[in-house]
Design a protein around this ligand. Structure first.
Ligand code: SF4
Length: 348
């Protein structure tokens, strides 16, 4: 147990201020995520230094296509989550009753990342908001060593949480499901409201954190083309038309194993809706070999980055991340960690 950051002592109990649930927790109880507990007037994290999952991954797997293309990111997670998605790919870890894992301190995590030749770290697999203190301390050391830090997040964070991690967070992949449809979030993810996610993205933008957005399309229950269009329009108006936007295909899993895979044709309908709303960089996910995995220059049409599935095949970008043919700015961040030319990700 490690004393948590970001909590308030109220008459009614201790309020956790990490995620938008703002659970009020009584002595001996845990919050919704099951990994933050109150004891003698203090809040504690049960997952600080308890690593449930870790692996070196290509940054494209996050997916982050416009941040440090071709680099390797050491990915870590702890048990549990603040959502309860019925289609969770990682439910073994995210829905655990009791946290488990390997004991590792922040310095040891960064040392492992360096050992595996990673340019940075990603806090992922489960929701990093619920292990924020560990992510913060690890990210601080990683920055000291010249490495990047990225989150794969559901975005359900408070302003205080963003203020806390912002000095060390370079980029975030904000993952939506079902095009942010409110009923879908309430019924299939146990999430009461979606507005805090949009507020969090505005706060991240304000702090200079590079944002990419992912939206999972699930046949029959989470296939809302009008909502994809509305979401994309919000992104154009609030984050900018060059914000990378990924539409990913669902694969049957967990309590949604009876549903079919999302077809490429369905995904293309959503891609068209996002483009129609004004987004420039729209990608497909989980359809290996699909042309929308690549980055084309919107000015001259040159294929600037070629990918296959979660791997970079060829990076033709200039050293500054621009189109090599016409010098157009393609909204590429983290160029100092970018790998040019052929992808060199090693499978360990
Ligand atoms: S991080 Fe956990 S305890 Fe804190 S508000 Fe969110 S669900 Fe509740």
């Amino acid at each position: 147990m490690r004393e948590a950051k970001l909590y308030s002592n109220l008459k009614s109990g201790i309020r956790c201020d990490l995620c938008a649930r703002r659970c009020v927790i009584h002595d001996g109880e845990t919050g919704f995520c099951r990994v933050r507990t109150a004891k003698d007037g203090k809040l504690y994290s049960l997952v600080y230094g308890l690593i449930d999952g870790m692996a070196p991954d290509p940054i494209e797997k996050k997916p982050l296509f416009h941040f440090a293309p071709g680099s390797s990111a050491f990915s870590i997670s702890t048990s549990s989550c603040n959502f309860r998605c019925q289609f969770c790919l990682n439910y073994h870890s995210a829905h655990r009753e009791t946290p488990v894992g390997q004991k590792l301190e922040p310095e040891e995590i960064v040392n492992l990342a360096q050992k595996y030749d990673c340019a940075g770290l990603t806090y992922t697999y489960t929701e990093p908001t619920i292990f924020m203190e560990l992510a913060h301390d690890t990210a601080e050391i990683a920055h000291e060593k010249g490495m990047f830090n990225t989150f794969v997040t559901n975005g359900y964070m408070t302003q205080e949480a963003i203020d806390y991690i912002a000095p060390y967070l370079d980029a975030a992949s904000v993952n939506f499901k079902g095009s942010a449809n409110k009923k879908f979030y309430q019924e299939l993810m146990s999430v009461p409201k979606v507005e805090p996610i949009f507020d969090a993205m505005l706060a991240m933008k304000e702090k200079g954190i590079f944002i990419e957005i992912t939206n999972l399309i699930i046949p029959e229950v989470g296939d809302f083309v009008d909502d994809t269009h509305a979401m994309a329009k919000w992104v154009v108006e609030n984050l900018g038309e060059h914000t990378p936007f990924h539409l990913t295909a669902f694969a049957p899993t967990y309590k949604m194993s009876h549903l079919p895979r999302t077809s490429a044709a369905t995904l293309e309908t959503h891609i068209e809706a996002a483009k129609d709303a004004g987004l420039v960089f729209v990608y497909s996910g989980n359809v290996a070999g699909h042309d929308y995995e690549n980055t084309y220059c919107p000015e001259c049409g040159f294929k600037a980055v070629e990918r296959y599935s979660v791997y970079l095949s060829m990076n033709n970008l200039n050293r500054d991340g621009r189109c090599p043919k016409c010098q157009t700015d393609l909204n590429i961040a983290g160029v100092e960690w970018m790998v040019q030319g052929k992808g060199r990700f090693k499978r360990f």
